[in-house]
Design a binder for this molecule. Structure first.
Ligand SMILES: [Zn+2]
Length: 458
């Protein structure tokens, strides 16, 4: 990997050192900063978990779990973490696949090196640009390793970096345990990576090392346009990165609540077809544990593919039949034989994002969609005109009929009214009822959002 960005970010430190020792010093600073910042974050997270704050803690808990290294297949080592990092060893050097979250990366690197040795890896492959997959790249790379990523990697990295303040604030609503502002410590910068080899869609990058054959396949779709997977054809092992999301199988996150670019459903289906043709016997995902068994894997991949295809086709049929977006969102449901966990991706939100992917933001519904004046602008007038008592009674009626979505709409119209205990109580009840209705499906993001809204009322 070229060192340009590293040199820029560490220039202040590098000036102190003799030129010949620059790289070693940079590496030492980076390792130290990353290790201490990581330890601080983990102890901070541990006290949060101990305080028993229930909100969005699944990932926080994952951070506090000790990092362990396991040989998950012959000569393939997995360092656990929020994002797993893998070392595929060969007699002529090693290949690293994904480098974890920055605050865990130092420990992952140290523990992997204890087993595979200190030599710089020959290749570092990054499954995509998300923070939990690229954090330790600069800890591994000493300037000789070949960095391999998708050709869209730099563009995805660019927009995630440029929009980081915006994305960070949104993430903090959903995950209240993350730091208040993005990390700016010199050694903590994990962005600005420049791949040496860029993998294009439909053109796998193949190489052999120390008797092992490797193929890096572009897999655009679920977690962004820049996904790649590593395929070991002789062993039928698939290092899937985040292609399937945090669980396997599950309905994919075609939409992200935190607000990333749209993900293309048809590309995702095509990627699944490519994976099916490979017939993997083992999946080593970058989240959670390995999955084994060719038959289960094929059946589950087919189910994911068919579920996405079904939701896509039904959405398109609804659009062509002239239904409103709200109607198709309410009516499209997975058939029984395609039922999948929606804890990560929610079908009705996939419908909305497929609709907007094709037709963008104007739903051809209300003329006011065209103008920047929102409903908020008239709420004070609504408050003056409305019979508040009668409106509150109607909210109660909706809640008694278990129609919290209608109660919510009416409450949003009442937001110009003076705050009162009654309105606050009605809003709380509405959110609790929405939460109760959301629980059987268990979509994490919906529950995180409702919890954050409930917290605002306390
Ligand atoms: Zn991830």
């Amino acid at each position: 990997m070229r060192r340009r960005n590293l040199l820029v970010s560490l220039s202040a430190v590098a000036l102190i050192a003799a030129v010949t020792e620059r790289d070693t010093l940079e590496q030492a600073v980076r390792e130290t900063v990353t290790r201490f910042a990581g330890q601080a974050a983990v102890s901070n997270m541990s006290s949060l978990v101990a305080e028993n704050n229930e909100r969005g803690l699944a990932a926080a808990e994952l951070i506090t779990l000790p990092i362990s290294v396991t040989e998950v297949a012959s000569g393939i080592f997995q360092a656990s973490g929020v994002g797993n990092s893998f070392a595929v060893t060969t007699r002529d050097g090693n290949v690293i696949f994904d480098t974890g979250l920055i605050i865990q990366a130092s420990e992952q690197v140290t523990k992997l090196k204890a087993l595979i040795g200190d030599a710089e890896p020959q290749k570092i492959i990054l499954s995509h640009s998300h923070a939990d997959h690229v954090g330790g790249t600069r800890l591994w790379d000493r300037g000789q390793a070949e960095l391999i990523a998708h050709e869209e990697f730099e563009e995805e990295q660019r927009y995630l970096t440029e929009l980081n303040p915006y994305l960070h604030q949104r993430n903090r609503v959903l995950f209240p345990w993350i730091p208040e502002s993005p990390r700016t410590l010199v050694g903590m910068n994990f962005r600005g990576l420049i791949p040496d080899t860029r993998v294009r869609n439909g053109e796998p990058y193949r190489f052999s090392l120390g008797g092992r054959r490797f193929e890096v396949h572009a897999m655009p779709g679920a977690e962004g346009a820049d996904n790649v997977v590593l395929w070991l054809p002789d062993e039928k092992i698939l290092l899937s990165g985040d292609f399937f999301g945090p669980q396997f199988p599950q309905f994919p996150n075609i939409f992200t609540m935190r607000g990333e670019k749209v993900r293309k459903p048809i590309e995702y289906i095509a990627s699944l077809n490519t994976l099916l043709a490979l017939e993997p016997e083992v999946i080593l995902p970058s989240h959670l544990a390995p999955i084994r068994g060719a038959e289960n894997i094929a059946a589950d991949m087919r189910k994911i593919r068919d579920a996405v295809q079904y939701v896509h086709d039904e959405t398109v049929a609804g659009m062509n039949a002239g239904y409103s977006l709200e109607t198709v969102m309410a009516e499209i449901a997975l058939p029984k034989d395609l039922t999948l966990s929606q804890s990560h991706g929610k079908v009705s939100w996939a419908v909305k994002s497929i609709w907007e992917y094709y037709a963008t933001w104007f739903h051809f519904d209300r003329t006011s969609e065209l103008y920047p004046t929102s409903q908020r602008a008239i709420l004070a007038d609504v408050a003056r005109l409305i019979d508040l008592e009668a409106a509150q009674l109607q909210v109660r009626t909706y809640l008694n009929d278990a129609q919290p979505e209608k109660a919510l709409l009416l409450l949003e119209l009442l937001e110009g009214s003076r705050a009162s205990e009654t309105l606050r109580a009605l809003r709380t009840q509405t959110l609790l009822q929405l939460k109760q209705q959301a629980e059987p499906l268990g979509n994490d993001y919906e529950l995180y959002w409702l919890d954050s809204e409930l917290e605002k009322l306390q």
